[in-house]
Design a protein around this ligand. Structure first.
Ligand code: 4AZ
Length: 618
């Protein structure tokens, strides 16, 4: 339907009687988050999307890994420069560093059997009917139009050197009359959309009837004249598409910039909590696509019976070594049951397999269930194991602040809780619950080093964040915290949103300034737009407000430096905030203010090492 509309649009603009936009029911503006667009997010923005397994995330951007950082396991691939690489990941990592050498084929490099793509039967080299020559096939072949969309068209144009991809996945080009093809003469192709060469996409031959051939118009300066002047969406890569194509789950821009700032998604595409639209086929496909994970939730019953038990390993994984033809039925629920002959190796399956081999970090997982129950000020008493990341910072005889264990020997706390010069006086009490009856799990550490954020401002509480490195015991190689579990450090400000429910915990005072001896906790919700409560004292990026409508649950004096923890959809705990400040305690309209940890991921990782806190994209 969409393709027909784009083709129509192109045609009517050609004839220049198309002044008004084609009608659409949804107001275009409402779907797009304008403020978010100013951030210029693309497929390389790891605040919004996962990086490719041959990339890592640095300061919010996916950058190339070095080839040696790839998993070793895999089979060789050949690149367009004629070189063989031990694995697909290594080739892609080299390509990422030096884009001129692209993927050519799976297996060793041989003189014959080169893959090639071309566009033909039109007068320019930027448009035409697509022809490919596969490895192991002598003849050039056409692609069937029913497997062709902007996703594959973008890849084909990029492969041909048009960096902005395709203007249109054209399916109305005709072959010259003297050429006749029968229904077995076209191939199906499936791409994910971010491939740099069509050779990375999967080619199949299916026994469906011939309907027409795939063509393409690549995006060049000359086609820009045909883009409507009103109702355009400006992609980050400079390409212009129509607004109807933004937030539809398809990567029309080619750099994904049309799908990353969405309040709603068009058609059947799926909206991630992070404001990203993904194709509906990605829901329950065994691979997590939303950074918040909800595309793989509640899938068991909807999955194809044969797929049960394959969590991250697609069926086609392990077929990579295949040389000849093989018969498989691809996809969880094929729309038409049909036999499919795989003509090329499934590099998408190999990408997923590489992803599953990357190191995994363990954090934020407890076996404690009951903190999900309701109700610091107005809080409830914690039980052993409820907050295994919670620590107390003891200064002499007093505990004035909390802290959060984030792994290794590292504790996160508030800058206003600690002084560098007092490091020798502090003790870190881990797995501690109650002053009056100390529990046996309690382990005490001395402090090696205190690091206060260099831009901490004691007057405004900006950057109220600090790290404490605990001292190892002389007979131990690492900090051994047998009863503590690190909370995960959020790497993106889009992991949680206003109104999400989170938990604050600490030994802080009650509303009436009553002393508290046991660890307490309370459920609060994240509050957006907090400047309305604290006018010019609130810094949106660096701070996070949280509380309840009636103010009954709040952090208070003594809770500072402690955790505001939010659980993701898989019940993994993230330290979203560090208790920082607030006007009084437990008053409506004066919510607690927390240091927004996601904004400090890079600062934390610079000090503790990226591998200690990176869950993805390492
Ligand atoms: C404090 O003095 C403090 N209601 C901490 C949190 C809040 C207020 C005061 C938030 O450490």
């Amino acid at each position: 339907m969409k393709l027909i509309r784009v083709a129509l649009l192109f045609l009517c603009c050609y004839l220049s009687f198309c002044k008004r936009s084609l009608t659409s029911d949804t107001p275009q503006e409402d779907l797009i988050d304008k403020k978010c667009l100013t951030e210029k997010y693309t497929h390389l923005s790891c605040n919004k999307v996962f990086c490719q397994p041959w990339q890592k995330c640095i300061d919010g951007t996916c950058v190339c890994k070095l080839p040696y950082q790839c998993p070793k396991n895999g089979t060789s691939v050949c690149s367009t420069n004629g070189r063989s690489y031990p694995t697909y990941c290594q080739q892609k990592s080299f390509e990422c560093l030096r884009p001129e050498a692209k993927f050519l084929n799976n297996g060793k490099c041989t003189p014959e059997g080169q893959f090639s793509v071309s566009v033909n039967y039109r007068n320019t080299n930027s448009e035409g009917i697509v022809e490919v020559k596969l490895v192991d096939q002598d003849e050039k072949m056409f692609i069937c139009k029913n497997s062709w969309s902007i996703t594959q068209a973008n890849v084909a144009c990029r492969d041909l050197g048009f960096q902005q991809g395709a203007f249109d996945a054209q399916t109305n080009f005709n072959l010259p009359n003297h050429l006749h093809i029968n229904d077995t003469e076209c191939l199906h192709v499936h791409c994910r959309g971010l491939e740099t060469s069509l050779a990375e996409c999967t080619f199949t031959k299916r026994t469906t009837g011939y309907q027409g051939l795939a063509g393409v118009i690549c995006y060049t300066q000359s086609v820009e004249d045909f883009v409507r002047k009103d109702n355009i969406f400006q992609c980050v890569n400079g390409k212009r598409i129509s607004q109807e194509e933004a937030c539809d789950g398809l990567n029309n821009c080619g750099d994904q910039s049309d799908e990353l700032c969405c309040k709603e998604c068009r058609g059947n595409s799926f909206l991630c909590k992070s404001g990203v639209c993904i194709p509906k086929e990605y829901k329950c496909n065994g691979e997590v696509d939303c950074i918040t994970g909800e595309d793989e939730i509640g899938c068991q019953e909807r999955r194809h019976p044969e797929l049960q038990g394959f969590e991250l390993m697609p069926r086609a994984a392990g077929r990579l070594g295949l040389q000849g033809l093989e018969t498989v039925a691809r996809g969880p629920e094929p729309e038409i049951e049909e036999d499919t002959k795989l003509l090329t190796a499934d590099m998408d399956a190999e990408r997923k397999r590489i992803k599953s081999l990357l190191p995994k970090l363990s954090c934020g997982v407890t076996n404690s269930e009951h903190i999900r129950r309701k109700r610091v000020v107005g809080g409830k008493a914690a039980e052993a194991g409820d907050f295994p990341w919670q620590v107390a910072i003891r200064d002499g005889e007093k505990i004035n602040c909390g802290g959060i264990y984030i792994g290794g020997c590292w504790i996160l706390t508030a800058a206003h809780c600690v002084r560098v010069s007092k490091a020798h006086r502090y003790q870190i009490w881990t797995a501690f619950l109650d002053w009056l009856k100390p529990n046996s799990e309690l382990t005490v550490f001395w402090v090696n080093k205190v690091i206060i954020h260099e831009n901490y401002n004691g007057a405004t509480y900006e950057n109220d964040i600090a790290l404490i490195e605990m001292k190892k015991y002389s007979n131990q190689r690492e900090c051994e915290l047998h009863h503590s579990i690190p909370a995960c450090v959020p790497w993106s400000p889009y992991l949680f949103q206003p109104n999400d429910k989170c938990v604050v915990s600490g030994w802080g005072r009650e509303k009436d300034n009553q002393k508290v001896y046991s660890l307490k906790w309370g459920e609060v919700k994240l509050i957006g737009n907090c400047s309305k409560f604290y006018q010019d004292r609130y810094y949106e990026k660096k701070m996070q407000c949280a509380g309840t409508d009636d103010g009954s649950i709040d952090a208070c004096k003594g809770d500072s430096g402690g955790p505001l923890v939010c659980m993701d959809i898989n019940n993994v705990a993230y330290v979203w905030g560090v208790v920082s400040w607030g006007e009084n305690c437990g008053k409506p309209d004066f919510p607690g203010v927390y240091t927004k940890v996601a904004n400090y991921f890079d600062w934390i990782s610079q000090h503790v090492g990226r591998s200690l806190i990176s869950q993805h994209n390492v």
